[in-house]
Design a protein around this ligand. Structure first.
Ligand SMILES: Cc1ncc(C[n+]2csc(CCOP(=O)(O)OP(=O)(O)O)c2C)c(N)n1
Ligand SMILES: [Mg+2]
Length: 308
């Protein structure tokens, strides 16, 4: 039976993420957002299900497509908008932008524009937990394309050899920019992990927040007991790779290719709950945007601090 309270909690956060990104779309033509943006609309259930299945003191290392993980891990919304605006009250004083969100106080340790670059960081953090006898775990979030980078394979090998408590979390949207997964990969992620002696699971229902949470709870328990694990979650990116538009006119995919996923997306299907929650979430977003708008732009001295 569905746990209603958990569903509503996850739904609320997922809807907040979607409304935040829809606000970004609305604001973008004004040019006040001083950062390229990689939207995760369609993928919210992964971020909220994963973060809810972790302990608050577990660490997450993410990617340039991480507005969702930042919000789901508990990052401040006003500081995020100020960061997108390039203002001094942004998370990194406006220098990092959308692609490098961090919130170390709530365990989002880093995200990066360089594909796969945070994977070894998570492995290192997990090794440190093990050495210090802690039962915390580290999670590295990456896309299907990132698994083609050498460092992913090196990280699996090292994590297996050293038995570090790291969860490899692949958000499989089937795309790397405009390229489909079958033309890029001769391996299947789950079978490939087995070659390192690492357990794995693929979850097809990436729209289902409760299923993602349950899969994460189970995977995290294995990792906490000392074995790395690969959890692959099938999901769907509705918008273009980077930017605020759609990309069906480019011809590499059709809008029909995301329709099956949309028909199951709770944020669309459960329209009544979305409508009920929307006003309060929009007010939260209004306040965050107002904070960003009121925050000063960096002057010359600030521009030259924290650079090296
Ligand atoms: C090392 C590196 N190589 C190439 C790029 C260019 N690039 C940016 S995003 C991307 C696709 C990555 O796809 P995936 O890992 O599946 O993540 P998604 O964008 O689908 O979330 C590429 C090739 C980059 N940023 N860094
Ligand atoms: Mg991808």
């Amino acid at each position: 039976m569905k746990d209603e309270a958990t569903y509503r909690r996850l739904f609320r956060t997922a809807l907040l993420i979607r409304l935040v990104e829809e606000r970004i779309i609305a604001l973008y033509p004004s040019d006040r957002i001083q950062s390229p943006v990689h939207l995760s609309i369609g993928q919210e259930a992964v971020a909220v299900g994963v973060c809810d299945g972790l302990r608050p003191d577990d660490l997450v290392f993410a990617t340039y497509r991480s507005h969702g993980f930042y919000i789901a891990k508990g990052g401040r919304l006003d500081a995020m908008f100020a960061e997108l605006y390039g203002r001094t009250d942004g998370i990194s004083g406006g220098k990092a932008g959308s692609m490098h969100l961090t919130a170390p106080q709530v365990g989002l340790m880093g995200s990066s524009a360089v594909v796969a670059s945070t994977i070894p960081h998570a492995v290192g953090a997990a090794l440190s937990f093990k050495r210090r006898g802690s039962d915390r775990i580290a999670v590295t979030v990456f896309g299907d394309g990132a698994t083609e980078e050498g460092v992913y394979h090196e990280s699996l090998n090292f994590a297996a050899l050293m038995e570090v408590p790291v969860l490899f979390l692949c958000e499989d949207n089937g795309l790397a920019v405009h390229s489909h997964r079958p033309v890029r990969q001769a391996y299947r992620l789950a079978e490939h992990a087995a070659a390192f002696g690492i357990g794995s699971r693929r979850l097809e229902e990436g729209w289902d927040m409760l299923a993602v949470r349950e899969a994460t709870l189970q995977a995290a328990a294995k990792v906490r007991a000392g074995a790395p694990f690969v959890l692959e979650i099938a999901t769907s990116r509705y918008k273009e790779h980077v930017g605020v538009g759609e990309d069906f006119h480019f011809g590499y995919r059709t809008s029909a290719s995301v329709d099956a996923f949309k028909r199951r997306d709770p944020l669309i299907v459960d329209a009544a709950l979305a409508k009920a929650l929307e006003p309060e979430l929009e007010r939260e977003i209004d306040a965050a945007v107002a904070f960003a708008e009121a925050s000063p732009a960096p002057g010359r001295p600030e521009l030259l601090t924290d650079i090296i």
